[in-house]
Ligand binder design. Structure first.
Ligand code: IMP
Length: 178
C-alpha cells in the first residue's frame, strides 16, 4: 500500500497469523459462553475489523453493540483523558458482556470502560483484545482473552490507524519513520 511521505510499514503480524489466532479465540469464547447470552461490545473505531472477524468465529447467537471513547486524538501519545463519544444503543443490565478492543496500551481506556459497564449492571464483564503492549501499562486491567503480546512500537493495520491512515491494511504493521 502507498504510504505517507517519510513513512514505511514493516509487517509485525501477517494476516494469516491473525486469522488463525482469531479463530482460536472464537473457539475458546464459544466454549466459555455456551448456553449464555453474550453481548459483544466493540470499541470504535480500531476494533471494527477484529470484531467482524471474531463475531464470525464465535458459534453462538451474539448481540453486537459499539462504544466510542476519545483517548488519543490525533497524536500517538496517550492523553490520559477518556470520554464517551458514542454510548451503547442497548442496556447491558443482567447481560454477559465481552468488550472487544484492538489494543491495550496504558490501560486507561479499558479501565474506564470496564468500570462503566460494571456500574451499568452487567452480569459479567470480560475483555478481549487483539494486541497487548504489556510494557506500557499504567493501570491494571483484567485481559481475559488476548491475541498477541507486542513490543512497545506504534502499530497500524487490521483496524488500527495513525491519523486515520492504514486501517484497511490486512497485516498488523509497525510504522517506521525515515
Ligand atoms: P490505552 O488507553 O493507552 O490503553 O490506549 C488504548 C487505545 O489507544 C487503543 O484503543 C488505540 O485506539 C490507541 N492505541 C494505542 N496504541 C496504539 C498503536 O500502537 N497504534 C494505534 N492505536 C493505538
Amino acid at each position: 500500500m502507498q504510504t505517507a511521505q517519510g513513512e514505511r510499514l514493516e509487517v509485525l503480524l501477517p494476516a494469516r497469523e491473525i486469522h488463525a489466532r482469531v479463530q482460536r479465540l472464537g473457539q475458546r469464547i464459544t466454549h466459555d459462553y455456551e448456553n449464555k447470552e453474550l453481548v459483544l461490545i466493540g470499541i470504535l473505531k480500531g476494533s471494527f475489523i477484529f470484531i467482524a472477524d471474531l463475531a464470525r468465529a464465535i458459534d453462538l447467537p451474539v448481540h453486537v453493540d459499539f462504544m466510542a471513547v476519545s483517548s488519543y486524538g490525533s497524536s500517538t501519545k496517550s492523553s490520559g483523558v477518556v470520554r464517551i463519544v458514542k454510548d451503547l444503543d442497548n442496556s447491558v443490565e443482567g447481560r454477559h458482556v465481552l468488550v472487544v478492543e484492538d489494543i491495550v496500551d496504558t490501560g486507561l481506556t479499558l479501565n474506564y470502560i470496564y468500570g462503566h459497564l460494571k456500574a451499568r449492571g452487567a452480569m459479567s464483564v470480560k475483555i478481549c483484545t487483539l494486541l497487548d503492549k504489556v510494557s506500557r501499562r499504567q493501570v491494571a486491567v483484567p485481559v481475559h482473552y488476548k491475541g498477541f503480546d507486542i513490543p512497545d512500537a506504534f502499530v497500524v493495520g487490521y483496524g488500527l490507524d495513525v491519523e486515520e491512515r492504514y486501517r484497511n491494511v490486512a497485516d498488523v504493521c509497525q510504522v517506521v519513520r525515515d
